[in-house]
Design a protein around this ligand. Structure first.
Ligand code: NI
Length: 253
């Protein structure tokens, strides 16, 4: 169920049975020679919505701009500063918490978001912790909020399938697994680009200019020419299946 497609009274009814909500978060950034700029947001969105269907949970609109400063030397990339993204996440969570939501299950599509999302959670928790002043917490929006982050491409069944399909050609960015998933979702937007496998990559880059110097076509150690829409369907089924119990446990805790 998409939050954006509900009425306010439907959301009010939903809150009588659950205070959990799924928040897809991605990025809008270059994804190499054949990857879509929206890859990370598309992947987070389809995984989040697929999970929402399976567990009957509300899914927020996707936070489609992430922390992608290192991709800014490639045309079309949009980024938020780390502090801006922290503020966006904080305000989205607090808005929903004011209405009664308490369990925020973030489905992430972008590695550059991980540290920032975790920092945003700490920022949200700090508001409650630092307001305590030796007293028990009152029953306001600060009470009992829990947030968690799941990175879809790092789930064990996804890693296993990527290893099976691509071996060492999966790489670190503009990977065949994420490109396959977008090809499954948007088959009319598959790009056929001739390329060789990219050389192995490490994550020790700095700013956008350093990133482009190290990774001239935007890939990090990957070979996304191996991407196939039918692979994308397998990744989607694998990750949604993996997250179902995990979501239920998180919301019940
Ligand atoms: Ni990506």
């Amino acid at each position: 169920m998409q939050l954006a497609l509900c009425t306010w009274s439907e959301v009010e009814d939903y809150l009588k049975s659950s205070t959990g909500i799924i928040v897809p978060i991605g990025s809008t950034e270059q994804h190499g020679p054949n990857g879509l700029i929206g890859t990370d947001a598309i992947c987070a969105e389809v995984v989040g919505r697929g999970l929402g269907e399976r567990v009957n949970a509300l899914v927020t609109p996707t936070i489609a701009a992430g922390m992608a400063q290192h991709h800014m030397a490639f045309t079309g990339t949009m980024t938020l500063r780390p502090t801006t993204l922290i503020a966006v996440i904080r305000d989205c969570v607090v808005s929903l918490a004011a209405h009664g939501f308490r369990r925020f299950y973030f489905v992430n599509g972008h590695g550059g978001n991980i540290a920032i999302v975790q920092s945003a959670f700490a920022e949200i928790y700090s508001e409650r912790s630092m307001a305590l002043d030796g007293r028990e917490p009152g029953d306001n929006w600060r009470g009992g909020i829990a947030c968690t982050l799941r990175n879809w491409w790092l789930r064990p069944p996804v890693l296993a399938l990527a290893k099976e399909l691509y071996g060492d050609m999966e790489g670190l960015h503009a990977t065949p697994s994420e490109v396959s998933l977008t090809q499954h979702v948007y088959p009319d937007h598959i790009k056929h680009v001739a390329m060789d496998p990219a050389p192995p990559a490490t994550l020790d880059f700095a700013d956008a200019f350093d990133f482009r110097r190290r990774f001239p076509d935007g890939r990090m150690g990957s070979h996304p020419a191996l991407s196939r829409p039918e692979h994308g369907k397998r990744f989607l089924d694998a990750v949604v299946g993996d997250l179902v119990d995990d979501y239920r446990k998180f919301v019940a805790a």
